[in-house]
Write a protein that binds this ligand. Structure first.
Ligand code: SAM
Length: 386
């Protein structure tokens, strides 16, 4: 395998190339490497660093004694950066022979033998055998086949990437139903739908072993969803977590939506606003997607460490931090189209909602979307007036 060194963050990593200096398309390489995921990895390094510092303080554990698993490592770039830039004890795992060889070579290349182990296993076997303080799963496509094992394995933090946005967001409805045991919608807030369907699935996996999660940061960016979930133990807390699972009733013709909390909902069939047939999505996560304090610390860490995608990363985290917690966002242009009016600036709309006493914010999901506690009637009245 031809390789070359790339520098991401503060780490030099060997990655495959097919001719001198020419990169493979990620899916065709003997070992997967996608330079476009640098943003995802930059945020991962900052978020893991913030979490590891807090864990170290809270539990009185030295940073180097915190055990981090990169369960699906490929070249190892993610875990190698975590080992090198955060300083935690790292295990890099991949079942591919080529990947394992490259991981071993990368560990030697970086002189990280003291702090990094390499394993060559089925990730599900490894995650059922051992426990790690922090578990990161970054698979091809869906994380669904790894969630049961990851939910058992992660003691304090579980980070998950999902690149199967079509099933998660309802564009491939039946695939989404099969993988996540839930019904997603492919509508104007499909990106948020994907995040909430994924979190709902993880929460239900955790509950099986009396564990619970507190989402610290969750974002839908480009073709993937990424989430960082603090994990805890306890049946009572797991029951409380499940109170944040529920359904969303949505009426496509008029835009009405209603949150239906709880696993056992009493579902009325029609839209109460226009009497059209309304659809129901779920079960999905209706709780918070982010912890504001955690996001603020990640922003500071990005500022301090200045990774390659610092500005993009800061923009995403800043928007996550400022967005209202409630599901689900509204798409301004869709409402304007339905009403036959042209759209004002999004900030004017948000400011007007606020001046009328409603909570309102932008979201990281899309530049023309907003969250508010106003109902669709009030939103339409304000849009018509602007
Ligand atoms: N985390 C990497 C990064 O940031 O560049 C990318 C990982 S790549 C998308 C997924 C990797 O998972 C591949 O290298 C593949 O060989 C490995 N893999 C897939 N299924 C696996 C399994 N069941 N056990 C272990 N490794 C697996």
């Amino acid at each position: 395998m031809n390789i070359r060194a790339v520098k991401e963050g503060k780490t030099d990593v060997l990655v495959p190339v097919h001719e001198e200096g020419v990169s493979f398309p990620p899916s065709a390489a003997p070992v997967f490497y996608n330079p476009a995921m640098e943003l995802n990895r930059d945020i991962s390094v900052a978020a893991t660093s913030v979490f590891a510092e807090k864990l170290s303080e809270r539990r009185n554990i030295a940073i180097e004694d915190i055990r981090y698993l990169d369960a699906l490592s490929a070249s190892g770039i993610r875990g190698l950066r975590i080992a090198n830039e955060v300083g935690v004890h790292t295990t890099l795992n991949d079942w591919s022979e080529n990947a394992f060889e490259l991981i071993v070579r990368n560990i030697r290349h970086l002189g990280l033998q003291e702090r990094v182990d390499a394993t060559h296993k089925n990730a599900n076997v490894l995650m059922h055998e051992k426990r790690f303080n922090i578990v990161d799963i970054d698979p091809f496509g869906t994380p669904a086949p790894f969630l049961a094992a990851a939910a058992r394995c992660a003691v304090h933090l579980l980070a998950v990437t999902a690149t199967d946005t079509a099933p998660l967001c309802g564009a491939h409805l039946h695939s989404g139903i099969r993988k996540y045991s839930a019904v997603p919608f492919n509508n104007e807030y499909h990106a948020e739908m994907g995040v909430r369907i994924l979190l709902g699935k993880v929460a239900r996996e955790l509950a099986i072993t009396d564990k619970f999660m507190v989402p610290l940061l969750s974002h839908a960016t480009r073709h993937y969803v990424r989430t960082y979930l603090e994990i805890g133990n306890g049946a009572k807390k797991a029951d409380e977590m499940l109170e944040h699972i529920g359904f969303i009733l949505h009426c496509t013709p008029c835009g009405f939506r209603q949150i239906l909390p709880g696993m056992a909902v009493n579902i009325a069939s029609g839209c109460p606003r226009c009497s059209s047939e309304a659809l129901i999505a779920g079960p999905l996560w209706l709780g918070k997607l982010h912890d504001i304090g955690f996001c603020g610390d990640v922003l500071k860490e990005l500022e301090r460490t200045e990774p390659g995608t610092k500005e993009q990363a800061k923009r995403i985290i800043g928007l996550c931090m400022d967005e209202l917690e409630m599901p689900t966002f509204y798409e301004q242009h869709l409402i304007c189209k339905r009403l036959g009016v042209s759209a004002s600036g999004i900030n004017d709309l948000i400011n007007t909602l606020k001046s009328r006493g409603f909570a309102a914010s932008r979201t990281h999901f899309s530049g023309t979307s907003f969250k508010t506690d106003a109902g669709i009637d009030e939103i339409e009245n304000i849009i018509m007036m602007l």
